[in-house]
Design a protein around this ligand. Structure first.
Ligand SMILES: [Zn+2]
Length: 464
């Protein structure tokens, strides 16, 4: 699989550090509002990446953080008169619902910043011991002059940056405009934690360094996000992690481009700011939005239009109806051999489909391979030259492609016995205080429409 690495600006072969297993970190949401479709484009890109890795036979451990303490969450909670965790939990639930609706596969871990403050403090202490920090007014700063490689990801011209450029929070005293906060001293009325540097809370960047290294190790394969994360967020993550460990942090950095609407930047004041609910109110088919996202390479700007969404819906319908027709022909079980060699055609189709994905996730080209295949299959059905085994093979190929596309209806009912086994595994995990694993199981079931309820009599499930 070839992927474009922002670090070095080159398309390179992915060579997992541990053979056959990709460890990847995806910057998650700040849970203070409902995601807009630009955010969702990034999460679907990451899902397509994950699914493509799985399709190419690799195993994946994916971590996505939830930022549940920062200026925005604190401000939002205060405005709504809620405790910080009540406020963020509400938006975390919305976020996971959006992902489930868009058929985004759950990551293995969803760590929350507020659950990992001790890890962040430990990392800041390491940076302090290694001489990368200074303290001022109870806050701890990363002195970027101590990390000569600073700027290697974003290629930012530091000499061009002047005081007044909005790089980080300027409410705190720092020596150099480029320095950034690792720890922010407590302000009255704000949530804070005790630390060796005084009462306060972690900066945003340290969260991702601490949580990614906790779950994936000091060095891992892929780190993804939206293009606006490159600077300063990811640049700072590199400085923190490599500053603390003295070894390379991430092998490949992948970033998805922005989404614009009708050629313009999305903004609430222009009335072109859409959430998933807004889109579904106009066209109640999440598969159409998924398809629209996939129709543009992730490194190109995507221009969202309602006409574009209509076109995507038509394309999705064609794929679904072809899949349904194939299932009918296969079920009819006609053994009269047909002239159409579906098995070999399915094979060439899948080779082209996979080849496109392995070329830096070229999703439009992968989609482009689907339709000629469907045309041939449809005419073979019309002409009665497709036999049942052929229909089976063609349908199977389409379902294989859908392991990445994620737009065909779910094939398989979840069996109660399987759910019970999962509940038992989750109870075990909780007993050994492995809450990350317990959470993972709960979210995995949630993504398949199963809601768990913990009560005095144990855990029960229902279809959500
Ligand atoms: Zn991050």
């Amino acid at each position: 699989m070839k992927l474009h690495n922002t670090l070095g600006r080159r398309t390179e072969d992915l060579v997992p550090i541990e053979a056959g297993h990709v460890r990847m970190y995806t910057c998650g949401p700040t849970v203070y509002n409902v995601a807009h479709i630009g955010n969702l484009r990034t999460f679907v890109f990451e899902d397509v990446l994950r699914r493509s890795l799985l399709l190419s036979g690799l195993s994946v451990t994916q971590v996505m953080n939830l930022t549940d303490v920062d200026d925005k969450t604190i401000r939002g909670a205060a405005a709504e008169g809620l405790a910080l965790n009540e406020f963020t939990e509400k938006y975390a639930r919305e976020f996971f619902r959006d992902l489930a609706i868009l058929n985004v596969q759950p990551a293995e871990h969803y760590p929350r910043a507020t659950d990992h403050v001790p890890e962040m403090i430990a990392l800041i202490e390491t940076l302090r011991e290694r001489g990368h920090t200074y303290e001022s007014d109870g806050s701890v700063w990363f002195r970027i002059a101590t990390f000569p490689e600073y700027g290697k990801l974003s290629r930012i011209d530091l000499t061009a940056m002047r005081r007044g450029d909005r790089v980080a929070d300027d409410e705190y005293e720092k020596e150099d405009v480029k320095d950034f906060a690792l720890w922010k001293s407590a302000k009255p009325g704000e949530p804070s934690w005790r630390s060796p540097f005084g009462e306060g809370r972690p900066g945003w960047h340290i969260e991702c360094s601490a949580m990614s290294m906790k779950f994936l190790g000091n060095r891992f394969d892929l780190h993804t996000g939206a293009v606006d994360n490159v600077f300063p967020h990811h640049e700072n993550e590199i400085a923190q992690s490599e500053g603390a460990t003295g070894e390379p942090f991430v092998d490949m950095w992948l970033h998805s481009e922005h989404l614009i609407v009708d050629g313009e930047k999305m903004s609430k004041s222009k009335g072109n700011f859409y959430t998933l609910a807004d889109v579904l109110a106009r066209r109640d088919d999440p598969g159409a939005l998924r398809y629209l996202f996939l129709s543009v390479p992730y490194r190109k700007k995507l221009n969202f239009t309602w006409e574009g969404l209509t076109g995507a819906a038509t394309a999705v319908d064609r794929i679904r109806s072809a899949s349904a027709r194939l299932a009918e022909v296969a079920a009819a079980g006609s053994s009269k051999p047909g002239a159409f060699d579906a098995a070999s055609r399915a094979k060439t189709f899948l080779a082209a489909f996979r080849g496109a994905l392995e070329d830096d996730l070229n999703t439009p080209e992968a989609l482009g391979a689907v339709f000629p295949f469907l045309r041939e299959v449809n005419s073979a059905i019309d002409e009665n030259t497709l036999d049942a085994p052929g229909a089976d093979a063609a349908g199977e190929a389409l379902r294989t492609a859908d392991q990445v596309l994620g737009i065909l209806p779910a094939e398989r009912e979840v069996l109660p016995a399987e759910i019970e086994a999962q509940i038992e595994a989750r109870t075990d995990a909780r007993r050994r205080r492995d809450f990350a694993e317990a959470d993972r199981i709960r979210r995995d079931l949630a993504s398949r429409g199963i809601v768990l309820e913990d009560g005095a009599a144990g855990t029960r499930w229902k279809k959500g």
